[in-house]
Design a protein around this ligand. Structure first.
Ligand SMILES: Nc1nc2c(ncn2[C@@H]2O[C@H](COP(=O)(O)OP(=O)(O)O)[C@@H](O)[C@H]2O)c(=O)[nH]1
Ligand SMILES: [Mg+2]
Length: 361
């Protein structure tokens, strides 16, 4: 048995150390990871993948930890991947996240892993999808992917999730952070965390207004159904009014099978308040995706996205390798010196690869 095949067998058997090693290989872009992932691929496609994004300090790690605890109560195994945007040299936030998630350390039903950016922005979303897939094959029922909603790379990562939670918190200025980052559109569930702080209602209202504006514009353009105010949590028979929890606000999952309206939920993650409602919303969204058939489309988009990214990355590597790094650098120099235009450089790089392939027969 090859090393990769042995690892596949161990991951399939539920060996956590094998899983940890596989994710390290994935991070290192080790060819053995590619072989192992190919072996595991048929076992994937069962986990509910949940992206959690928001500005630093909004409480993503705290919320994910609380969500994981609630998922465990519901009998599900949980995988957690946090993408750490901080300097690979300090690793400060890694430690912080570990402390916040410490409660799960002895629980074999929870697998946690931080992945460093390692400066390889282009490859991060690919390696994250691979790590998620490893957790999926391992048998995790739910996989949370925590990332800072900062830039395109982060958005690409969170896009690969089935359900996306966007977290806001009061006191980060008047603006809605998600609006700035352009991730408002990809949210399936909004969470206003730190609801124990002043301004939480204001933040929730600001979100509601933005969603209403977006909806009105859609209606004017004639694409998208009218968004009617959802029934209150109590009317909807939602158990939001339970003592110590916050009722679901403003929007609730619609009964229309074709449309999902992102609910706006308030939480105090640090005290586990409002967490049940968030898991309920995730469950409802997961059900919605499957019952409406939207899951098939999302899955296809996800796969296409990944194939395209991999194609780009693979071709880039092969073209650069074919001509050699020095030639690559020389071409970049030539473009900088205006001796060659960028497309000319690309043609030259592709030409080198094609020539190499012809030589190889
Ligand atoms: N007041 C308050 N603080 C919270 C709440 N949730 C998290 N925090 C604190 O906010 C800080 C940042 O939390 P963290 O989960 O690391 O945020 P992340 O950067 O988004 O992952 C920590 O000190 C948490 O203890 C909350 O609901 N209320
Ligand atoms: Mg965090």
């Amino acid at each position: 048995m090859t090393v990769a095949a042995e690892l596949v067998a161990r991951v399939e058997a539920g060996d956590r150390r094998a899983l940890a090693r596989l994710i390290t290989w994935i991070e290192d872009d080790d060819p053995r990871a590619h072989a192992a992932l190919a072996g595991l691929y048929p076992r994937t496609g069962r986990a509910h993948i949940v992206g959690v994004t928001g500005a630093p300090g909004t409480g993503k790690s705290t919320l994910v930890s609380a969500l994981a605890a609630e998922e465990r109560k519901r009998g599900r195994s949980v995988g957690i991947i946090s993408i750490d945007p901080t300097s690979p040299f300090t690793g400060g936030a890694l430690l912080g996240d570990r402390i916040r998630m410490m409660e799960h350390i002895a629980d074999r039903g929870v697998f946690m892993r931080s992945m460093a950016s390692r400066g390889s922005v282009g490859g991060l979303s690919v390696s994250t999808s691979d790590a998620v897939r490893a957790l999926d094959a391992f048998g995790c029922d739910v996989v949370f992917v925590e990332t800072v909603g900062a830039g395109q790379a982060e958005i690409d990562i969170v896009r690969t999730a089935h359900s996306v939670i966007v977290i806001e918190a009061p006191g980060l200025g008047d603006e809605i952070q998600a609006f700035k980052a352009g991730i408002l559109e990809i949210a399936d569930v909004f969470v206003v965390n730190k609801a124990d702080r002043e301004g939480a209602d204001k933040t929730a209202n600001a979100l509601k207004v933005m969603l209403d504006v977006g909806n009105t514009m859609k209606q004017r353009r004639g694409d998208g159904p009218a968004r009617v105010p959802a029934p209150s949590a109590a009317e909807a028979g939602h158990h939001g009014a339970r003592e110590g929890n916050f009722p679901a606000e403003a929007y609730a999952p619609t009964t229309d099978a074709t449309e999902w309206r992102p609910p706006i939920l308030k939480t105090v993650a640090a005290e586990r308040r409002g967490v049940i409602e968030v898991v309920d919303a995730l469950d409802a969204h997961w059900r919605h995706l499957r019952e409406s058939g939207a899951i098939t489309q999302r899955e296809r988009e996800r796969v296409e996205d990944e194939v395209r990214q991999l194609l780009g990355r693979t071709l880039t590597r092969r073209c650069v390798e074919a001509g050699g790094l020095e030639r690559y650098a020389a071409l970049v120099d030539a473009v900088t010196a205006r001796a060659l235009d960028p497309r000319g450089a690309v043609e030259a790089l592709i030409g080198a690869w094609v020539a190499q392939r012809k030589e190889a027969g």
